[in-house]
Design a protein around this ligand. Structure first.
Ligand code: ATP
Ligand code: INS
Length: 353
């Protein structure tokens, strides 16, 4: 199975005179508040856009980012957001001891307790991009926003969480609606990739969606599965000591896009996604990737590309790429340095909870 990137969505803009910019990320930054046993254990920068740009910046893949925050936004970020002075920044509270939430997470309940403004088509630059990423967290991406993205980007990757989340009017608890009822369904034949966690995948018909685009379903410590037309395959995970699952799916998507920008096949790019996802769960908040690890990963990506150019039979063989990436991955910072550990929702020093 090769699962090469789907052909360009570009229709009406060729011939091009100006080279495309690389990647456009659209989604709001947010403040994440992690709560356990009634106490706040951490407050961090969140939002899929922040985790993804962290992976892209660390991998030297240039990106533009469109995000809105309120007057109270409290983090220094490389890609400045649009500030809506009258509004507050989107805030998510993640409760790690309240059982199963409305979207099936066994390890945390997620509540959106404040919401910044949506991102409008006019907030997005009129340039062309190789890849677009629609990665909202709090309902900020509108159907017309996604429509603009598919117009200006050759390939668009969408995180389903940007499309199917609804929020309880009383306490902000996150719930999901079926993709067909999301208001975005009519645009989905124009996207390249749809990423969903295994919980979220229950809210779409994978068998149908895989004929519209490449569907990637992530499954925590089990890695991910890719579906495209009549092909499907599992992409193996990397070992990790989970501290906090927040942002794993976002970093996964960042790694996938880095791989695609580098010209890897979809399964190889997804392996890179698994790698960045596995590192992210070992951190609270944004992971800081070790420079040596990043260099080793870059070297392995270049090696893999050369190898695939020489022999197409390597396309199907993940084992070697996985084996070569594993030691690179373990050269990164020890997770024990994290201040407060949450393992599958429980404190590391009290796993019997
Ligand atoms: N415990 C783990 N061990 C190893 N890899 C993991 C683990 N958890 C996540 N990953 C990696 O990260 C990817 C994304 O994780 P997951 O399926 O939990 O996404 P998600 O539910 O969208 O995450 P989140 O909503 O927390 O950002 C997985 O496909 C896997 O490659
Ligand atoms: O920072 C996190 C992260 O981006 C998660 O992927 C998302 O599900 C949460 O809503 C957000 O608070």
């Amino acid at each position: 199975m090769t699962l090469n990137p789907p052909p360009s969505q570009q229709t009406s803009h060729s011939p091009r005179r100006i080279p495309n910019r690389r990647v456009l990320i659209v989604g709001n930054y947010c403040h994440d508040v992690l709560i356990q046993n009634g106490s706040v254990v951490a407050e961090t920068l969140g939002g899929a856009a922040s985790f993804i740009s962290n992976v892209l910046d660390s991998s030297s893949v240039s990106c533009d980012l469109v995000s809105k925050v309120g007057h109270d936004f409290r983090y220094e970020v490389t890609h400045s957001p649009i500030v809506a002075p009258e509004k507050e920044t989107t805030v998510f509270e993640a409760y790690f001891d309240l059982g199963i939430d409305g979207i099936g997470h066994a390890d945390r309940v997620l509540k959106r307790v404040s919401a910044c403004d949506p991102i409008l088509p006019s907030d997005i630059p009129d340039s062309r991009f190789d890849f677009g990423m629609a990665v909202g967290v709090g309902g900020e991406i509108l159907p017309e926003t996604l429509e603009k993205m598919v117009e200006i980007c050759d390939v668009v990757a969408v995180d389903i969480q940007a499309l199917i989340r609804v929020f309880d009017p009383v306490d902000g608890a996150v719930k999901l609606v079926d993709l067909k009822e999301s208001g975005f369904y009519h645009i989905l034949h124009r996207i390249g990739f749809l990423k969903a966690s295994s919980d979220e995948a229950l809210f779409m018909d994978v068998e149908q969606m895989k004929h519209l685009c490449c569907v990637v379903v992530t499954n925590g410590e089990k890695g991910c599965r890719i579906y495209h037309k009549d092909d499907e395959m599992t992409v193996p995970p990397f070992l990790a000591k989970q501290v906090d699952p927040t942002g794993a799916g976002d970093s996964f998507l960042g790694g996938l896009i880095v791989g695609l920008v580098e010209g890897l096949t979809v399964p190889d790019a997804a392996l890179l996604g698994n790698l960045f996802g596995s590192i992210t769960v070992e951190h609270i908040g944004q992971p800081k990737f070790d420079l040596m690890m990043l260099q080793k990963v870059k070297d392995e990506v270049q090696r893999r590309k050369k190898q695939c150019n020489i022999s197409s039979s390597h396309n199907n063989d993940h084992n070697e790429f996985h084996e070569r990436l594993s030691p690179a991955r373990f050269s990164c910072v020890d997770s024990q340095l994290q201040p407060k550990l949450l393992v599958n929702g429980h404190s590391c020093d009290d796993r019997s909870l």
